[in-house]
Design a protein around this ligand. Structure first.
Ligand code: SF4
Ligand code: SF4
Length: 208
């Protein structure tokens, strides 16, 4: 179970400004909390600009087998887009980013913590429901779960031959993030000022 909240409108519109976009909505876990109405309104607004190449609304985009087939049906619309905007939890966005390796994939939602079962989560992608999703700055790879120290501002400097200094059996998450950003031509995001996490988000949700 999880809670997804729409990112601030200005964050989303600045991400997609001037770009052709394909939109994916995941309604798999909406019985808990999915901001469906707000997303519908935003999509109408984005569509009126003529920059939306297509919309796919489906459930459990974290199911990798079905998702491949569903994406293939929209291959032309995805190809025509500069970026794919995904409204889902962090696992869903990571699943889509792994299929569309050469396309920029943006998260439209933040995922907030709620104990319990989460969708059809494939084991290779993890979301710690941190309340402030960083996938738009990290090429669709979660820095909270892919880095042993959950660093959000880059590599710790301890990796050896590309492997993590804390867990030598796993690849350094920030080396993966660097490679992915290079592949999609977004190394510029690493030049942005230090990101300061909004820890209030989680507290506010748990206090409700
Ligand atoms: S940054 Fe990672 S843990 Fe946080 S919401 Fe995004 S995918 Fe989940
Ligand atoms: S080596 Fe890489 S994955 Fe490991 S803690 Fe440092 S930055 Fe994170």
């Amino acid at each position: 179970m999880l809670i997804t909240e729409l990112k601030p409108r200005e964050t989303i519109t600045s991400l997609v400004d001037g770009k052709k976009i394909f939109i994916i909505n995941c309604i798999g876990c909406k019985e808990v909390h999915f901001p469906e109405k707000e997303i519908e309104e935003l999509e109408k607004e984005l569509s009126s600009s003529g920059n939306v190449t297509g919309i796919l609304t489906t459930d459990y985009i974290c199911n990798p087998d079905n998702m491949k087939l569903r994406l293939e049906k929209h291959a032309g619309e995805i190809e025509a887009a500069d970026a794919v905007l995904v409204f889902s939890c962090g696992v869903g966005v990571q699943t889509i980013a792994s299929y569309l390796e050469e396309k920029a994939v943006y998260a439209g939602c933040d995922t907030c913590r709620l104990p319990g079962f989460q969708g059809v989560t494939p084991l290779e992608y993890k979301c710690d429901q941190c309340g402030e999703c960083y996938l738009n700055l990290t090429g669709g790879i979660c820095p909270i779960t892919a880095c042993s120290k959950s660093l959000v501002n880059g590599q710790c400097g301890g990796s050896k031959d590309g492997m993590c200094e804390v867990d030598g059996s796993m690849e350094c998450g920030w080396e993966r993030i660097y490679r992915r950003l290079k592949e999609i031509g977004r190394l510029d995001v690493l030049k942005c000022p230090t990101q300061v996490r909004n820890f209030a988000t989680d507290d506010e949700v748990s206090a409700e």
